[in-house]
Ligand binder design. Structure first.
Ligand SMILES: Cc1ncc(COP(=O)(O)O)c(C=O)c1O
Length: 386
């Protein structure tokens, strides 16, 4: 089947957060794609609507089976059904887990720059953020393991939140790095939460490594948060899962998810995930990855050629490009505000993601190539005129 990723959908008047913009603005910020959703998802939703009763819902075993098959077929990783719990979203899960398995004033470690909402989940729940800044050298990021260990070893540290693959830098972590982090968490008795929402969208020929596939010792300390919502652009349907091999830890988290009322699905959440995690859904994802590859190459090639002072961090995961503007600005917030007010192009300032990222921007390239061309034109014009 052919899928038309060039097709542009008018998302105005749909209450879209991304497209809540002024006329002639071009939103390439929040991690939300503009493509028409995989048709199998629409089909199951239409079918469900034809049966017009929308009461409370149960979670059938087929929900867990769909997740198990997806991880087995795409990542050669065997999950057990008993490890899997439904939740309405990754961030609601993370906040609930922080409240349940750590104490007020405990410290939670993150590797910055990182998805900004992690910081909110930690501090809004009265825990302390311990930020281990990654080393940035010659366009590449690596973990400062000495610093990381010094933070994991503090008596107040009870959890680490890890992003695999990593938003915003786009890194697909290798097995050795995962092993090293996992072993440090075991050594210092720190619960390791791995947010794997960006698992599926990787560069062609690259596969992400599920943390749970590294070793059973690490899995014993691990909480894995997953969801089809980034890959299939169904964040508005609120469907995700928490996977925990350790029985005791899982039951604690389960009681937290229940207490926080995030363990019950809306009418479409189960069907949408099951429709997504199918053979045809998998084919759709691979076609999406090809399309995204072309968009990314287009941005990189033109920026490299026309504004070489801008440096692109060309990593292998996510549909978000992390761009170093240090030769141009050290205030990415101001730069993005001016970019938006002058050209309409709306990017995320790197400063949102913490760490040493005040001179970066994040560019969401999950949209039609023609919009990408428009965005690149606007960006180059702005950079050249400043
Ligand atoms: C790393 C990461 N985790 C979680 C989320 C949000 O997940 P949810 O919508 O399921 O709360 C995002 C959204 O961009 C993300 O990038």
């Amino acid at each position: 089947m052919q899928y038309n990723f060039d097709k542009e959908i008018d998302r105005s008047n749909t209450n879209s957060e991304k497209w809540n913009i002024s006329k002639n603005e071009l939103p390439m910020w929040v991690a939300d794609m503009d493509f028409e959703v995989y048709p199998g998802i629409v089909d199951v939703m239409k079918k469900r609507i034809e049966q017009p009763t929308f009461g409370y819902n149960t979670i059938p075993s087929s929900f867990n089976e769909s997740i198990i098959n997806w991880w087995l077929n795409r990542y050669n990783t065997k999950l057990e059904s008993s490890w899997i719990m439904f939740s309405t979203g990754v961030i609601p899960s993370i906040s609930s887990i922080i409240r349940k398995v750590t104490d007020i004033n405990d410290a939670v470690v993150v590797l910055s720059p990182v998805y900004n909402i992690f910081y909110n989940s930690i501090s809004n729940n009265g825990r302390k953020i311990l930020d281990s800044q990654m080393i940035y050298n010659d366009g590449k990021y690596s973990i400062d393991f000495t610093d990381l260990e010094s933070k994991l070893s503090l008596p107040e540290t009870s959890m680490m939140i890890f992003c695999n693959p990593h938003n915003p830098i786009g890194k697909v972590w290798d097995r050795d790095t995962l092993k090293k982090i996992g072993e440090l968490c075991i050594k210092h008795d720190v619960i390791l939460l791995s947010d794997e929402i960006h698992a599926d969208v990787t560069a062609l020929g690259i596969t992400y490594n599920p943390f749970i596939s590294i070793s059973s010792e690490i899995s014993d300390k691990l909480i894995m948060c997953i969801s089809p919502t980034k890959t299939f652009n169904i964040a508005g349907l609120q469907t995700s899962a928490v996977v925990i091999p350790n029985d005791k830890l899982r039951e604690r988290v389960r009681s937290g998810l229940n207490r926080d009322e995030i363990a019950e699905p809306n009418t479409f959440a189960i069907q949408a995930l099951e429709a997504a995690y199918t053979y045809d859904g998998s084919v759709w994802v691979d076609k999406l990855r090809h399309y995204l590859h072309r968009n990314k190459r287009y941005i990189i090639d033109r920026l490299n050629m026309e504004i070489p002072e801008v440096k692109i961090i060309d990593e292998e995961g996510t549909y978000l490009l992390w761009i170093d503007l240090s030769q141009i600005t050290n205030d990415s917030k101001l730069y993005c505000d001016e970019l938006r007010s002058t050209t309409g192009l709306y990017l995320n300032p790197g400063s949102m993601y913490g760490g040493n990222s005040g001179s970066f921007v994040r560019w969401n390239f999950a949209t039609s190539l023609s919009r990408i061309e428009d965005g690149v034109d606007r960006f180059i014009k702005f950079v050249k005129s400043n």
